[in-house]
Write a protein that binds this ligand. Structure first.
Ligand code: EPZ
Length: 415
């Protein structure tokens, strides 16, 4: 199994470019199956999750061509409504196939996405939406099956503004008969990117980015071209890397309006942020002030930056409180950080972070963003760290060790 070996203490300086957003690319790859003709997608990041979803789509009969950051999908050859069981278990986002297959062919089957370590990750709101549009839903032996002779629009209230449920209901409603209203919808930028693509394909969607989305079903959708938005979580991770190492880094290809919450917190901590049209410059000068952070659905502070922010907070001169409100079990990184000397106390869904001197250790990654946090900790630790189970990290960060090394970090990927 590959590991990252990091010698801490270097400051990061220079410029890196952010890739297309994983969490926009995955639903948009699925959305191409709603069309009757090929789509061409640009700025698709080269990630394990993308490879697995492309494999799932290929096994369903579509023609998938991928080169560098470009993917061309021709859905005309689709001959199955079922995802490959093993692949679907590796990738939660495989459940997007349910929404697109139900909309296009009135039938879909997938293995219930494996709960991953950050929580049991139910899909009850997805299924509530499908049922509201007239689908029959069954769950047998870990296989979710949805079927409908006809989908008819309806009003759906989401008990929680779930990103995945909002996306899947949007898929199903886009080809349903009549009007669907999603209330308490998620507002994440990746949803807006998806809605922009669906609209160009011919869908009739209004209000994405607010908590009320209105969809008028249409008869068919056309394959189109689209460029994926930049990954706000990848960008935030490198911005925190710059701050934690006391560096000066220009993070290129960032839509700063998508990370206003992080920028606000970094300002509060005394970190200098210069925003411009093509990206954001992060300069850490002087001591870091402690701040409290509470994760919330967009536009609140993103849960996907919680673990990375926690590491930065260990380097302030005061005490900080981090409250995780989105996932029920997203503090797995804390035990590993404590092995590096972090002074963190967990109380339920809150963590108290005190000033900590971090020293290198052998640590194990439990989930994607926890892995990013452990790498950040290694960058600022005294001595050598070995980070194992890095396949979790490679699901969501393209070439992370190369990007960090190009900024001056001492990090190597070893077998
Ligand atoms: C998306 O997951 C992201 N993944 C997650 O990023 C991100 O953490 C999450 O949104 C929140 O922003 C992708 O886009 C592929 P949710 P998703 O449905 O859609 C509960 C990463 O690191 N819920 O908004 O699965 C759920 O238990 C990943 O890139 C239900 O109760 O998130 C959780 O507590 C990790 N019932 C909350 O909602 C449902 O039917 C948020 O889940 C669905 C969700």
């Amino acid at each position: 199994m590959a590991k990252f070996v990091i010698n801490g203490g270097n400051t990061l300086k220079g410029e890196i470019k952010i890739n297309g957003a994983k969490n926009a690319a995955l639903p948009i790859l699925a959305a191409t199956l709603l069309a009757d003709s090929p789509s061409v997608l640009r700025d698709i990041p080269d990630l394990r999750d993308v490879t697995n979803l492309c494999e799932i789509i290929k096994k369903m009969g579509a023609n998938v061509k991928r080169s560098n950051h470009l993917v061309e999908i021709d859905p005309v050859g689709i001959n199955s409504f079922e995802t490959d069981k093993e692949l679907a278990k590796k990738l939660r986002a495989s459940y997007y196939i349910l929404g697109v297959m139900l909309a296009k062919y009135g039938e879909a089957r997938t293995s219930l996405p494996g709960g991953c370590s950050i929580g049991n990750r139910p899909i009850d709101l997805h299924l509530k939406g499908f049922k509201a549009l007239g689908a029959d839903v069954s769950l047998n032996h870990g296989i979710v099956e949805v079927k409908a002779d006809k989908l008819v629009g309806d009003k759906i209230y989401l008990d929680y503004p779930s990103v995945g449920a909002t996306i899947n209901i949007m898929f199903a409603a886009s080809l349903a008969e009549g009007k669907t209203v999603i209330e308490n919808a998620a507002r994440e930028p990746e949803l807006v990117d998806l809605a922009n693509f669906l609209t160009v394909m011919g869908a009739n969607i209004k209000g994405v980015g607010t908590d009320i989305i209105k969809i008028e079903g249409v008869d068919k959708l056309e394959g189109k071209e689209h460029r994926i938005i930049p990954d706000r979580i990848e960008a935030g991770t490198y911005m925190i890397a710059a701050a934690i190492t006391g560096g000066d880094v220009f993070v290129k290809n960032v839509l700063t309006e998508h990370i206003k919450s992080l920028i606000a917190k970094m300002h509060e901590m005394g970190i200098e942020i210069e925003e411009d049209i093509s990206g954001v410059r992060v300069i850490k000068n002087g001591k870091l002030k402690s701040v409290d952070v509470k994760t919330l659905p967009y536009p609140g502070f993103p849960t996907d930056l919680q673990s990375q922010m926690m590491v930065l907070l260990t380097q302030t001169k005061g005490t900080s409180i981090v409250k995780e409100t989105v996932w029920e079990n997203r503090f797995m990184h804390v035990d590993e950080l404590k092995r590096m000397g972090a002074d963190i106390t967990i109380d339920g869904h809150s963590a108290l972070i005190r000033p900590s001197f971090l020293s290198g250790a052998e640590v194990t990654v439990t989930d994607l963003r926890a892995g990013a946090a452990l790498i950040l900790a290694g960058l600022v630790s005294d001595g050598k760290s070995k980070v194992s189970k890095i396949h979790h990290v490679e699901r969501g960060y393209e070439g992370i060790e190369k990007k960090l090394a190009s900024l001056g970090a001492d990090i190597k990927r070893v077998k």
